[in-house]
Design a protein around this ligand. Sequence first.
Ligand code: NDP
Length: 327
Amino acid sequence: MAVTVSTLPELKAPKGSGGFLVKNLYLSCDPYMRGRMRPPSPASYIPSTFFGFQLCQPIEGFGVSEVVDSDNPEFQAGDFIAGMTGWEEYTLIQKPQQLRKISRNHAVPLSYHLGLLGMPGFTAYCGLYELCSPKAGEFVFVSAASGAVGQIVGQLAKLEGCRVVGSAGSATKVEMLTSKMGFDAAFNYKEEADLDAALKRYFPQGIDIYFDNVGGEMLDAALLNMRVKGRIAVCGMVSQHAVTDSGPGIRNISNVIVKRIKMQGFLQSDFLHLYPRFLDHVTAHFLAGDIVYVEDVDDGLESAPAALAGLFTGENIGKKVVRVVPP
Ligand code: NDP
């Protein structure tokens, strides 16, 4: 393996650069980062401006950081920010991307700005409200339900008066969904030989809203169980990241026509104008105790590669973050 040795830059933002230097506190592990390790493809959902991690450069991702030196009047030393940063201890930020200042509310831990109040929580919010228009009494199914996005989708849907069932990949996760997060029911999809039969068991009257985080066979089974005028938010296909041959594919797609299903893919970045409304909505519910949030924290920068890889084997219980400097 090639080893690159570089000189540490001075821990200051260069004068006249307009940049600012941050100390990284928490790093977010997100499934889309796997896509940035592949060559660019028209089928990828990563915006071209975000393409590809550079060899011998720190991985980029969402993080929570503290400004330690600044040549930018909008950011002062001592400010806390959430946005794109590097998987390293200090990052010099020249071009802020999806970056916002965190107003310090001590009831909300800093790391929650990577999940509950960060990109995954926002994905849950815009996917559910903008694509699926949930109504009281509707039947909602969420896959990868205990993860960063899924746990928020299910709890928001419950607040709208829906009946919510989640699928997850272990007994611990299933138990957490019903006992802690208020889902009406949950099941371990790994123990179901027939996903169609499982969905029929949990949704004898059919599914109004399917929030799809996994794609593949679960999407195919959900298509069979949708009600007329159902809505499917196609959020992610985490089951497909490691799949090299396309397998049997989606066989039940004709249900979209027969049942007049609205099935729509989306990127949270399409809805950034809604971010302030999302922050108000979810913060208020969290502070009122209506939403619980589970995160899974690994300590030390050296733990980050395994933490990221673990998303694809279901190691994470809740939102996976890395605390750069353990307390
Ligand atoms: P999670 O916190 O849910 O972590 C990933 C989880 O996926 C794992 O814990 C595991 O849970 C599940 N998983 C892994 N492999 C498989 C598999 N082969 N089959 C089924 N489930 C699997 O991740 P996020 O909440 O951050 O992301 C959820 C989805 O949302 C992803 O598909 C992601 O790409 C997508 N996303 C889309 C965005 C958008 O703008 N459209 C933005 C953000 C995320 P389990 O143990 O339950 O299997």
